[in-house]
Design a protein around this ligand. Sequence first.
Ligand code: NAD
Length: 295
Amino acid sequence: MPNSPIILAGKAVAEAVKEGLKDRIATLNQHGIIPGLTVILVGEDPGSQSYVRSKERQSGKLGFKSEVIRLAAETSEAEVLALVEQLNQDESIHGILVQLPLPKHIDSQKVIETISSSKDVDGFHPVSMGKLVLGLEGFVPCTPAGIVEMIKYYGIETRGKHLVVIGRSNIVGKPMANLMLQKSEHANCTVTLCHTATPDMSLYTKMADILVVAAGVPQYVGPDMVKEGAVVIDVGINRIEDPETEKGYRIVGDVDYEAVVAKTSAITPVPGGVGLMTVAMLLSNTVKSAENSLK
Ligand code: NAD
């Protein structure tokens, strides 16, 4: 009889990360520094509004100086860039985050590149990404950084393991693959990155000791794509219609959890898995930035 899989619960790990920040924040306070995080939200996207509320609530709880600047959807690109420039100059702000997606008339890449790389707590700036690829100290994008924290917390062996990532986005897939190939603790994997042009996806996924799925396709990965005993990390957050629920929808991942769970040695649920890590890592990056300002 195989062992039952470990359910990798994001809540416990996120709480541990936030608990670990408290002493560091107290030390900063002793030096007269309060970690400052400013979030810019342009428009009314309901998903973004709820993410931003969670960022505001959690950073407030840790005693951050936290501010959300809400701008109308028709705000011009020039106005957003000018605001970012102004925040770059403000010494009381250690982290600047522009909530994505931005309205179509604003060039997201231009905005990301205008954020000072020393305040890039989302880790999306080319300087942050370059450091990540080179294995240098810098801001790591929050979702992949959160997955590494989960791997650490649950003691998942990574050295020499074959890690397969599905998805090549700049915010999840690419940084995840680059993090896990580094010659460092909790990484040192052989990495394969699959995407929309990958033929015969299951050929690769069935070789994975650790499978990270970030495709944005509801319940894409079924049991026939997973090796017996694999660790499965599901990044997907997708709304699917469900008339049985009060809201008329429910949240599912990119993995067909019920069908796959028995085949795994460990798996993240959705909701309750990776999704809970992202804000915790944002707070962690902001504390790191505040510490850098002391140096
Ligand atoms: P994205 O749409 O930017 O990228 C998805 C990637 O998957 C693309 O590179 C695409 O090539 C690849 N892909 C899409 N369909 C595929 C298929 N059928 N086969 C192979 N590859 C395919 O998405 P993203 O921003 O990386 O997010 C991925 C998922 O993770 C989404 O469901 C998103 O909501 C979720 N997400 C969760 C968190 C979190 O906090 N847990 C954070 C970011 C994103």
